[in-house]
Design a protein around this ligand. Structure first.
Ligand SMILES: Nc1ncnc2c1ncn2[C@@H]1O[C@H](COP(=O)(O)OP(=O)(O)OP(=O)(O)O)[C@@H](O)[C@H]1O
Ligand code: NI
Length: 263
């Protein structure tokens, strides 16, 4: 059982020294990762494909397959989280926005599927409110997943986390293919969470989106977090940034013309 937090205890999620080891391939996938997410905070995790971002999200929820051995200390509002008590948090206090729409049930209309994730009273009413806040048409609740466009499916995945009314959302790549014009709308629910004192772990390839929404940015490379910096450090020519990889990410943004590799 989770024990009650006490006043003054660190709130939010703290991950200490997370390491993931593949038992059969005898390979370390994630090495000594530490990260915290406070209430009213959005922390972005950026990194190349295969750097370990999804593994980080899945290990927080203890959703990894048997072949991956997980070692870490994890605290939620000052209380230890482990495989025994995570079911009390998963889908309740901590929700996942999955990276792919395969997570949706192909045989259930999306409205029905979302209702299965909800607890408490006035489910329909709450669902409609969240659905319209995402700019989705009420008629689309009767669609099957295969009938959704890419952008619609993306927003349904966001809805699937919001309907659980969590305190922390682990958003695994929620904005792929979203153009700059529609980005603000897609990021709005995360900003809303923050206004309500809740938190978001915003996993993305899209460095521009990360800079737009996050308070702090963690950079992952090859299974390690090589830097965690406040978004204010991403300024000028990146002189406040610690790691050369982070500086290169920043300087490679189209609006930063410091590096002209094409010349
Ligand atoms: N179940 C597994 N068995 C073996 N290797 C795995 C498993 N899951 C992930 N990996 C490996 O761990 C590494 C990190 O994977 P992960 O999915 O976390 O990357 P990612 O940063 O989320 O990438 P992407 O941006 O493409 O989603 C990759 O090399 C991947 O192949
Ligand atoms: Ni991933």
């Amino acid at each position: 059982m989770l024990w009650k937090g006490t006043i003054g205890m660190t709130q939010g999620l703290i991950i200490k020294n997370l390491s993931l080891y593949h038992k059969y391939e005898k390979m370390t996938l994630v090495n000594n990762v530490s990260l915290s997410i406070a209430p009213s905070e959005i922390v972005a995790v950026v990194g190349a494909s295969g750097s370990g971002k999804s593994l980080l999200a899945h290990s927080i929820l203890h959703l990894l397959p048997e072949e991956i051995e997980q070692n870490c200390e994890m605290l939620w509002n000052g209380e230890t989280v482990n495989q025994h008590n995570i079911p009390q948090l998963r889908g309740k206090k901590i929700a996942l926005i999955p990276q792919t729409i395969d997570a949706l049930d192909p045989f259930l209309k999306v409205g029905k599927y979302l209702l299965t994730l909800m607890k408490g009273k006035n489910k329909q009413h709450r669902l409609h409110k969240i659905w319209s806040s995402l700019g989705l048409d009420i008629d689309w609740l009767a669609y099957f997943p295969f009938e959704l466009s890419g952008g619609m499916a993306r927003r349904v995945l966001i809805a699937s986390a919001l309907v659980q009314n969590p305190n922390l959302i682990l958003a695994d790549e929620p904005t792929p293919g979203v153009d700059a014009d529609t980005l603000s709308g897609v990021l709005a629910p995360f900003n809303q969470m923050k206004q309500e004192g809740k938190s978001v772990l915003f996993i993305t390839h899209d460095f521009f989106a990360a800079l737009k929404v996050a308070d702090r940015i963690a950079v992952m490379d090859n299974g390690e977090i090589i830097e965690v910096s406040p978004v204010s450090f991403f300024a000028g020519d990146g002189e406040k940034l610690k790691h050369t990889y982070t500086k290169a990410l920043w300087q490679a943004l189209p609006q930063n013309c410091f590096v002209n590799n094409w010349r």
